[in-house]
Ligand binder design. Structure first.
Ligand code: RIB
Ligand code: CA
Length: 305
């Protein structure tokens, strides 16, 4: 039986790779994809979702969400993903449209209509999810698990301590981490260990139409590290289908919402700030990088079937 999921994303090139994997896996039933402002504006992230679903000929509802964080000013990451948010491939002009309903309404209605609790996977700022929890607190009972890409307990990427998704909307992140939802946090502690190697990226170019598209956008992707490029958001899909591949530890995570450490996700590793035994997230701490590279290549073969 396929796992029902809702994807809340900000494509963004690594989000795009995550969507490409998720919508082509028979063991995931993607009920809805919602877009949020993050890597680029919400108009662009929404359009990018539509481009990807038309590329893969998938009929999945799309809803547009928050244009800006709850309180902070919106700052994009077009310097990483390009002006469109998905540079490197010339997608055909889309003909499809998002739902009239906004993301929060669409998520709420999808949760209410489902015969079973749904896993939500969020890979942008968690603004839509925080707004859902504020408007419909009762919906937590319909959320089986909340898998998020974001945070770090070993250093940031937009400051020495903050990761981009949490930094973009720390107030939303604080609401989510304090919500009581069953959270799995796939942060930089995992995603910076699972770099796509240059060899893997080159191999994509020889993997059919899907591989050519992914090769184009991942080559254009400017998140470059020694040894390769992190497909941050793809790790959440891997965890959703093969959780045993990512090592996790339970922690009490607090989000810093102001000052120079804004966006930090602090793990109370010595139980100084919370009751003994209190934890609010399963935090990813390790992954086999070679296994991730091979798994990703195998997903592209699935896309071409
Ligand atoms: O810090 C990495 C995260 O920020 C990824 O989700 C990337 O897409 C950006 O949203
Ligand atoms: Ca993202």
């Amino acid at each position: 039986m396929a796992k029902p999921v809702i994807l809340d994303m900000d494509p963004g090139i690594d989000d795009a790779a995550a969507i490409a994997v998720a919508v082509n896996r028979p063991d995931l039933d993607v009920k809805l994809i919602t877009a949020v402002a993050g890597n680029v504006s919400v108009d662009k992230t929404t359009l990018n979702v539509l481009k990807l679903l038309e590329f893969f000929d998938k009929d999945i509802p799309v809803a547009s969400g928050a244009k800006a964080p709850l309180k902070r000013e919106f700052q994009d990451a077009s310097y990483i993903h390009g002006e469109s948010g998905m540079s490197g491939y010339d997608f055909p002009t889309v003909t499809s449209k998002p739902l009239d309903a906004d993301a929060v309404s669409a998520i709420h209605e999808t949760l209410q209509a489902s015969a079973e609790p749904i896993t939500i996977i969020a890979t942008g700022a968690y603004t839509n999810i925080a707004m859902l929890l504020q408007a419909h607190p009762e919906d937590t009972q319909f959320i089986k698990e909340f898998i998020l890409m974001g945070g770090s307990i070993s250093g940031g990427n937009v400051s020495s301590v903050a990761e981009f998704n949490v930094f973009t909307d720390p107030d939303a992140a604080a609401i989510v981490f304090n919500s009581g939802l069953p959270i799995t946090m796939i942060g930089l502690d995992v995603t910076l260990k699972a770099l796509l190697t240059p060899e893997t990226i080159n191999e994509l170019a020889h993997k059919g139409r899907a591989g050519e598209m992914l090769h184009g956008i991942i080559t254009a992707y400017e998140d470059v590290h020694d040894g390769g490029k992190p497909m941050h958001d793809v790790n959440t899909i891997l965890y959703a289908v093969k959780p045993e591949v990512i090592k996790t530890e339970p922690y009490a995570i607090d989000v810093v919402t102001e000052g120079p450490a804004l966006g930090a996700t602090v793990a109370d590793t010595q139980h100084r700030w919370h009751e003994d035994g209190y934890t609010n997230a399963n935090v990813g701490v390790d992954i086999d990088a070679a296994a991730f590279n091979q798994w990703f290549l195998d997903q592209v073969d699935l896309m071409n079937k």
